[in-house]
Design a protein around this ligand. Structure first.
Ligand SMILES: [Zn+2]
Ligand SMILES: [Zn+2]
Length: 274
């Protein structure tokens, strides 16, 4: 049996760094035989404090997704998602956004620390800067999990992409084992899904985020749900690496991938064969 392809982390041009419309991406999804796609445009919650435009973009996405949902009905299951960045920095705003419409799936992310620094924008890093950043980053991930109003913990190892691409530094997660275990334990305990994000495969890092050993540890700590996403910002990247993500989930002991509709998990069986 061939596994059905789904992609639960996709950005449209309603994200500040997205490039294609929801319609164009859905056409591509239909062409590639995807079963389901969740649009998860960015909402950097901490930036909403000063700039209402971020919150307004959420409504623009919602209207576009509503249109493609009906246009592609019967062909692809289109889901209304959001990637909430740093919701734990401004929880009242995050709650207001979540109450403003019906979401199918909410991704919880940390891109920047409380001082606003996101390694995506950095030019180069020293080992010490990397260590300081990772310590604070994982502490914020723990805070994000404690806050908890999301369905999928997105790209657990996000900063690794940029530390490696810009300075050749490969972060060793064993140095942060206590924090990573705490994040995985909370994610499992609160019945959230851990995302296997495939964007790293297309970048210099060349790895899934997180890798299979971490997914296995999540399972050991009681994790039940795995979500998969390409984090595509271009239609061409849609579903790239999803087959590798299924294999990683399977090797880690999961026989299903989780989809979300109306913020409720739906299990989709996967097999070893792809
Ligand atoms: Zn992200
Ligand atoms: Zn994203």
């Amino acid at each position: 049996m061939t596994n059905h392809l789904v992609d639960f982390h996709v950005h449209t041009d309603n994200s500040y760094d997205g490039n294609h419309s929801a319609t164009f991406i859905c056409e591509k999804a239909e062409f590639n035989n995807l079963r389901a796609i969740a649009f998860t445009d960015h909402c950097e919650v901490d930036r909403c404090i000063k700039d209402y435009a971020h919150e307004r973009a959420v409504f623009q996405t919602f209207f576009e997704i509503s249109k493609v949902k009906s246009a592609f009905r019967g062909k692809i299951l289109v889901l209304n998602g959001i990637e909430l960045g740093q919701p734990n920095y401004a929880p009242e705003i995050a709650s207001r956004i979540l109450d403003s419409q019906k979401f199918d799936v909410v991704l919880g992310s940390i891109h920047n620390l409380r001082n606003g620094f996101d390694p995506y924008y950095g030019e180069s890093f020293t080992e010490d800067e990397t260590k300081d950043f990772m310590n604070e980053y994982f502490d914020e991930m723990i805070n994000l999990c404690k806050w908890g109003d999301f369905d999928v913990l997105a790209h657990l190892t996000y900063p690794l992409r940029y530390f490696f691409a810009k300075s050749g530094i490969l972060v060793n997660l064993n140095d942060y084992k206590k924090q990573v275990d705490e994040i995985l334990r909370l994610t499992a305990k609160k019945d959230k899904a851990l995302e296997i994000n495939t964007a790293g495969l297309r970048q210099k890092l060349g790895r899934l985020q997180p890798e299979t050993d971490i997914v296995k540890r999540f399972k050991e700590l009681g994790g039940k749900f795995i979500s998969v996403g390409s984090d595509a910002h271009y239609a061409d990247d849609l579903a790239k690496g999803i087959t590798e993500a299924y294999k990683s989930a399977f090797d880690a002991g999961f026989d299903s991938i989780t989809l979300f509709q109306n913020r409720s998990p739906i299990q989709m069986k996967i097999t070893e064969e792809n």
